[in-house]
Design a protein around this ligand. Sequence first.
Ligand code: HEC
Length: 120
Amino acid sequence: MRSAAVVIPKGFWLLVLALLFYPAVIFSAETVTDEETGLIVAPGFEQVKKTCTVCHSAMLITQNKADRDGWLEMIRWMQSKQGLQELEPDVENRILDYLSSNYGPTEASRRPPLDVTFPE
Ligand code: HEC
């Protein structure tokens, strides 16, 4: 008969360590920001810097969070009320990709669940 003692598999401690240090990993995976604008340097950054900091400081962007639709709404609002020019579809898409992935709603930008298989 198998003993009732709980056997802790070696992998368990690795998992504990991984979870303990996970926050450190997140914060050390440095987010580089542009010195001039404070915008996160990521794909699409140059486009946003070029297109979106002409009329106002990038702070309006970095202080905002929205999903793709939310950002599109702000762009449409600026186009109808604030004289923002029409953007080429591919330019607009690149900007929306950048904004929604770097300045998305907090919930959506949380990490996906860990893919962990527990020992049987
Ligand atoms: C033609 C000028 C112009 C350009 C270019 C422009 N904006 Fe704006 N934007 C404005 C004005 C004007 C405001 C209102 C500023 C205020 O309320 O002080 C504004 C406000 C904002 C706000 C704040 C909206 C809110 O609800 O508080 C955000 C975010 C924003 N812009 C993002 C962007 C992004 C992203 C781009 C690039 C696609 C961009 N802007 C390009 C004129 C512009």
